[in-house]
Design a protein around this ligand. Structure first.
Ligand code: C2E
Ligand code: CA
Ligand code: CA
Length: 561
């Protein structure tokens, strides 16, 4: 590029004249020698050697068509098909009628007819061809990425929009391609290896858009965009494209992710299409294999919803949009079921979305740690409520709260909980803690340590969703817990399926072995309750007795008891 600009500023250009006719060569040298550095070759083979050697310096080739050895047509075709030599313009020298059209067709910049009888015209044509070629190189180099030859972002979007306009906004698909952990690849194997990978990806995408129509662009260091005329079969063809590119890279450590927006007729513009493709691509952050994700509106609105909830949580906490509901647990050991405790379950009354159940936000808030804030709010609410009931009715009603696996990793969890009970003048035994079984399998050493500490302070621990995790029987024996809460899914089929009932029986036996009571939740019918009672279950929670209730309604149950 720099060299080109230098040349623009009046440095003498190099021209190669290729002609087997000595006199023709001499005439041209005479015409052009004052303004240009002129060299000569008398056939195609010699010319090709010189062109290869001087490819960076040569500004023009003047080429006779009829020559021994390699003729002008063959040389011209060769030059046009070579990536590096293509840039050098060629003027064809000919006396044959009709040869002009043929040579322009295979890529000559211009032609000059023999005999050379108009020197001014010839000089003008030479100058013109050189200037045109240099201008187009400059344009090419500014609009293209140097390494891959693909468009740079600005030009990509400019041309893409032009395609849209010219084609009356026909449907177009957008694909974002990203190389996974590319920085690791360059760190391990070096920049030039990284560059070679980028080049392979660039070449492959270039070939793809040459076949399908459309544009390709290198965006940032290791991302690529492609814009293609819409195909209903893109989804079917993609795995093949992906395999092909993987095969060309041929390195198991390198994988690509593809985010795909397939035109769905929703009249998005080019930028919006790529926003969608990027969104889909982001879903694949941690993949170790090349794969693709299709954008869907549904996924998008789900993400927007999640974002909204994350944004709204602080306001919701301060405006008390969260309400704690209480679901009673009944002891079924005696003749009559007896209210024994409750489970606190959160509800979000959102000003716009109405009541949102925890299934929609707990996992989300676990992902980003916000759950700690929310759980602390619940624990405080519950402690205050226990205290209020104690003052109102003179009885202790223990309430269990859900302790997320994320809470357990907080080194201060014991202090936090103890502060809460202290502030409300409660005994730690009043606050039961439900920890899901799968949390134990995540990081058992850490959780056992925390749970031991909490039990040391008098808190009682219930293992929630028992049977859904993968605790080994051996591990169970060493677990510090105070109750087992059977996973709801086992209760569902207990009436229809004798095997389910037997399985629940076995779980109850395990609880006996551990010497802890068993709680069954999700009990919806009298039959389920009776089977559980027969099997020796201690406590029942579920719609059969009551749905989770707001505190005012729960009070009616306390009074009835
Ligand atoms: P979980 O701890 O297993 O709670 C039991 C769920 O089953 C609750 O759903 C409850 O409303 C529902 N349920 C109770 N009885 C029945 C029944 O007879 N039939 C059926 N089909 N369902 C019943 P909910 O309230 O939607 O809570 C879902 C999950 O969200 C809870 O599962 C718990 O893991 C989590 N969660 C709820 N509140 C909190 C909270 O304050 N903190 C944390 N960390 N998690 C919470
Ligand atoms: Ca629970
Ligand atoms: Ca549960």
């Amino acid at each position: 590029m720099h060299e080109l600009l230098e040349r623009k500023k009046g440095i003498r250009r190099n021209i190669l004249i290729v002609d087997d006719d000595y006199i023709a060569r001499e005439i041209l040298i005479k015409m052009l020698g004052d303004s240009y550095e002129v060299s000569c070759a008398e056939n195609g083979v010699k010319a090709l050697d010189i062109i290869k050697r001087d490819k960076l310096k040569l500004s023009l080739v003047m080429l006779d068509l009829n020559m021994p050895q390699m003729d002008g047509y063959s040389l011209l075709k060769l030059l046009r098909s070579d990536n590096e030599l293509r840039r050098i313009p060629v003027i064809v020298l000919t006396s044959e009628k009709g040869a002009e059209v043929e040579s322009l067709k295979i890529g000559a910049a211009d032609f000059i007819t023999k005999p050379f009888d108009m020197p001014e015209v010839i000089c003008a044509r030479v100058r013109h061809s050189i200037e045109l070629a240099e201008d187009s190189v400059i344009i090419h180099e500014t609009e293209r990425d140097e390494l891959t030859g693909l468009f740079r972002k600005d030009f990509f979007f400019q041309y893409g929009k032009r395609i849209d306009e010219l084609n009356n906004y026909m449907p177009m698909d957008a694909v974002v391609v990203d190389i996974n952990r590319f920085h690791v690849v360059t760190e391990l194997y070096g920049r030039s290896y990284g560059d070679s990978v980028l080049k392979i990806v660039g070449d492959s995408l270039h070939e793809l858009v040459s076949r399908t129509g459309g544009l390709a662009c290198r965006r940032g260091n290791n991302r690529f965009f492609i814009y293609l005329p819409h195909s209903d079969e893109l989804e079917i063809k993609l795995p093949q494209y992906i395999d092909d590119i993987d095969a060309r890279i041929n390195d198991n450590n390198i994988s690509l992710r593809y985010g795909v927006y397939c035109d769905d007729g929703s009249e998005k513009n080019m930028e919006q299409r790529f926003d969608c493709a990027e969104l889909a691509c982001r879903k694949l952050r941690n993949s170790y294999e090349s794969c693709f994700v299709l954008y869907s509106d549904e996924q998008h609105s789900k993400e927007l919803f999640s974002e909204r909830l994350i944004n709204d949580i602080d306001k919701a906490l301060s405006e008390k949009q969260f309400k704690v509901y209480y679901q009673p647990k009944y002891s079924i050991k005696g003749d009559r079921p007896q209210l024994s405790s409750a489970e606190a379950l959160i509800r979000w009354f959102h000003p716009e979305y109405g009541m949102i159940s925890p299934g929609q936000f707990i996992a989300l808030f676990e992902e980003n740690g916000l759950i700690q804030k929310l759980d602390r709010f619940v624990w405080n609410e519950v402690a205050t409520q226990i205290k209020r009931w104690k003052d109102m009715y003179g009885v202790d009603i223990p309430v269990s709260v859900n302790v997320s696996r994320i809470d357990v990793f907080n080194a201060h969890i014991a202090e936090i909980l103890e502060n809460i009970t202290k502030q409300n003048n409660l005994d730690n035994t009043n606050l039961l803690l439900e920890i899901t079984e799968s949390a134990y399998t995540d990081d058992s050493a850490q959780i056992i340590e925390t749970v031991n500490k909490l039990r040391g302070l008098g808190f009682r621990i219930e293992m929630d969703d028992f049977g859904s995790g993968y605790s080994s029987l051996n591990m169970l024996l060493s677990l510090p817990i105070d109750a087992l809460k059977l996973d709801m899914t086992f209760i569902k089929k207990i009436c229809e399926n004798p095997k389910s009932a037997r399985l629940v029986g076995i779980m109850i036996d395990i609880a006996r072995l551990l010497e802890v009571p068993v709680i069954a939740e999700g009990v919806e019918t009298k039959e389920q309750m009776e089977i559980l009672k027969k099997l020796g279950c201690d406590i029942i929670q579920g719609y059969f007795f009551s749905k989770p209730l707001p505190p005012e309604e729960f009070e009616a149950l306390i009074e009835k008891n």
